[in-house]
Design a protein around this ligand. Structure first.
Ligand code: HEM
Length: 353
């Protein structure tokens, strides 16, 4: 063997290719039980490799935005670091977009072929994917956003320790909100929140007037629509002023960034919050795609991990919403011409120094 880099040694291909045979009862690698057991193993392993990269990227984005350590008194995130966080999230989104294709490969396996080796898997299950749990936790998924099934019980002690370590770290959602909260919007627009609420009220009043003229509705339906629209004024106020100070400020920053996104210095911040929304969308699409594959493969059988299977997984698609605030904010977006021009636009424009 030489010290010269060599494809197989650098990538440790021999080791990698020795990992597609599961341990048997004696602890040694056993023979595959069916021709299709290899595709089952490979698609899972491919996922775990991508999960590994996703964790690497998410931690990078979180570290940039959150600057690890005490929450209070940290300096603002350097302008030039925001694109780096966007790049890390962009890579994550791209991976999440490609993962469902691997489910397509797995679906070339007939459900009856899966049944030939499925019993040998019990009680193992994707439910025990530690990296997936780490990924959820690092993003900011909290227990109340999960269907009520205790995943921790299915893990062994070292896996539980890894999960607990993640639970003690700052999450991407916390780092994002902390970064948003520190955006100095009052320098560019003193009194932004009051101006926004006034503009939103005026917008809703116009929507109400339009619905009152809607010839396709009965009088009662027109009044119902008007009432629902009017309640959005309260929702917008609550979004901007009904939480603790830090969250109110983060929500105001989001609306500010989205409204004035054409200003040069707001372009990257806008990309960042939009990437977060895209990430949530694709994680949910992955869950949805996984459960549709599961349904096609095992119907509504109980999972090998013992959960109610498809029913459990479908509930997770609906419940696991991490960046709800960033998405909720979209309900209150306005077309920019409805807002006053920025009082101090130079704050968010480029300048040669
Ligand atoms: C034949 C293919 C597959 C079937 C039938 C299947 C079935 C299931 C079922 C029934 C569950 C619920 C837990 C349980 O009771 O077992 C589950 C969870 C899970 N599976 Fe799969 N799965 C398949 C392939 C995959 C693949 C390729 C991955 C990639 C890593 C994966 C990742 C996961 C994850 C992460 C969970 C936990 C989801 C959560 O708790 O929200 N599964 N799977």
């Amino acid at each position: 063997m030489t010290d010269r880099p060599h494809y197989g040694r650098y990538l440790r291909i021999d080791e990698l290719l020795s990992l597609q045979r599961p341990p048997g009862a004696d602890g040694n690698a056993r023979e595959l039980l069916h021709h299709d057991e290899l595709v089952f193993i490979a698609v899972h392993q491919v996922h775990e490799l991508w999960f590994r990269l996703i964790l690497h990227e998410l931690a990078h984005a979180r570290d940039i935005l959150g600057r690890q350590g005490a929450f209070a008194g940290r300096p603002a995130v350097a302008e030039e670091d925001v694109p780096r966080a966007v790049d890390a999230l962009d890579r994550t989104v791209t991976i999440l977009q490609t993962l469902p294709d691997a489910f397509g490969v797995l679906e070339t396996m007939a459900p009856t072929s899966f049944l030939a080796f499925r019993d040998a898997l019990v009680p193992a299950s994707g439910f025990q994917s530690v990296q997936f749990r780490e990924l959820e936790i690092l993003l900011g998924l909290r227990d109340e956003m999960r269907p009520a099934v205790g995943y921790q019980d299915a893990l062994d002690p070292t896996e539980r320790e890894r999960v607990n370590r993640r639970l003690g770290e700052m999450t991407l959602a916390e780092a994002l909100y902390d970064w948003l909260r520190r955006t100095p919007i009052e320098l560019a627009f003193p009194g932004f929140v009051d101006a926004y609420v006034r503009a939103f009220d005026a917008y809703v009043d116009r929507q109400i007037a339009l619905q009152r003229q809607n010839v396709h509705l009965t009088e009662t339906q027109r009044e119902d629509a008007a009432r629902k629209l009017a309640s959005q004024k309260d929702q917008c106020r609550a979004f901007l002023t009904g939480h603790d100070d830090a969250r109110n400020r983060a929500h105001a920053s989001f609306l500010f960034i989205a409204t004035y996104r054409d200003e040069p210095l707001l372009r990257w911040p806008y990309q960042l919050v939009d990437k977060v929304a895209e990430l949530e969308e694709h994680l949910r699409l992955w869950r949805f795609r996984h459960v549709r594959m599961v349904e096609r493969m095992i119907g509504v059988r109980v999972g090998t991990g013992g959960s109610p299977g498809v029913d459990y997984l479908d509930r997770a698609v609906t419940m696991a919403r991490i960046f709800g605030g960033v998405l909720e904010a979209r309900t209150f977006l306005l077309e920019p011409s409805l807002l006053p021009p920025l009082p101090n636009p130079d704050i968010v424009r480029f300048a040669f120094r």
